[in-house]
Design a protein around this ligand. Sequence first.
Ligand code: ADP
Length: 525
Amino acid sequence: MLMRPDLRTRQRDFLLEISRAITAQLDLGEVLRRVLRASVAMLAGRVGIVALGDDQDGKYLVRAYAGIGPEVVPQLNRKLQELMNPAEGEGFSREFLNAKLREMADAIDSQLGQSIAMPLVFAQNPLGLLIVFRSYQTAITPEDLNTLQSFADQAAIAVNNAQLYGHINQERQRLEAIVDNSGDGVFILNPDLTFQQANIAFERMTGWKTDEVIGLAKNEVIVWDRLDNPDLENALDSGWPAQSRDGGGARTLYVEGDLVRRDGMTTSLGITYAPLLKEDGRLESIIANVRDITNFRKAQEMQSVFISTIHHELRTPIAIIKGYASTLGREDVEWDSDVIRDNMAIIEDEADRLTDLVEDLLTASKIQASRELRLNVTDTDLQQLAARSVERLEVQSKHSFNFSFPPNFPVIQGDEARLRQVFDNLLTNAIKYSPPETTITVGGQFTASSVTIFVRDQGAGIARDQIDKIFDRFYRIDDRLTRRAHGTGLGLYLVKAIVEAHGGEISLKSQVGSGSTFYFTIPRE
Ligand code: ADP
């Protein structure tokens, strides 16, 4: 043992070294090793260990050691568990503690004569244990304890720092993961409106890579083709966020419009800006949440198209029915029976048109609600369905109809009523969108596993860029031909849904000016 004045100086030197290690933010392992080295040297010990409670389950494990090899550590860890979890009745008595420390000393080397243990405590939280083993047994002086206490306190500070740092780091990573994986685009602006950060969803929405935007000015990246409300700069000029437009309450700012993506395409976005303020109220940064509102816009547009189409499509037959009915009902005229029959036929046709329309709307809303169609599957003869559909529609059209089915065309498993809707829709379109006196051909082919039906017309054809769109709900091509014909834009949407519900596929070959052929293929089983 050292003499008193030497001891003081050495203790001070060690403490200085340790606190330097802590402030230099050396890693925890290194700080603990230095604490151990100092403790062992000061107490003239041979072996020292620092055990720390695990963050997750509180289990004590050796985290630093001096004077032993790694092979002893597992055994010491086991002893530590026993020490920390006394069996019932044993409790943390001095005897129990001493007995366990003795067992630990024996596990290391039976020659070890004495052990001194000191808890690491920070703000009344037990964090671990510092234990020094000596070769010989001698009285443990208050100085010994004092010395060890001062090192244990340093170790506790270092452990607490490391835990805080770990927590902060974890929290930062958690926040980063949330931002990165958010389905919404997120970007953060500095007070001078340059980019600090952006996430992957933002990259997807705007085409700007997350690492490219850092440091760029907001207006280099956020370029509006059309803006529905004042932009961030205008808001800042008028005092946002200190004076927010809604008079205090919510400090966020919402901006919406069509943004020019990096690739030049436009996309509809809504951006919510939220200020992050420093303590003195100045802007620290602005956090922006970006939402793709293309679908919302589309839905809004669709709704208004839907309302005007339905309005038009419902009004026309109702007006015709009302007109003919009131004409027939005039009391001042005697109608002869031919006129009555003709007019009644027209009323009936128009009522049928209304029924079909209502039926289409119902089917469409069913598909929309459940995303699938229920089928009532029976043996279905598509060739016969085609013939019946043609028979029904032929009377109202001036087209000539052709059939092209190979012999022994197979019967398939399908929903007859729905497949009738498919033929009706495809044939009605062929009639509506091709000039009278031209030919419409319905035919089929089959293989061992599937049947394919086609409906061919000699009409105006469909431009390539319209082919994908005509199967959308309420979509009608904006041209003279379509405007002249009645329709809701639901027909092909339903056709596609019905064919797909049968496990089939629909396709189209078309040449502008020379006609279109719609194909659908359905598996035979
Ligand atoms: P609609 O009720 O308007 O006929 P559909 O969904 O059946 O609705 O068709 C969508 C659009 O596709 C039509 O408005 C029309 O512009 C176009 N179209 C459909 N079939 C044909 C065809 N055989 N030839 C040319 N254009 C067609």
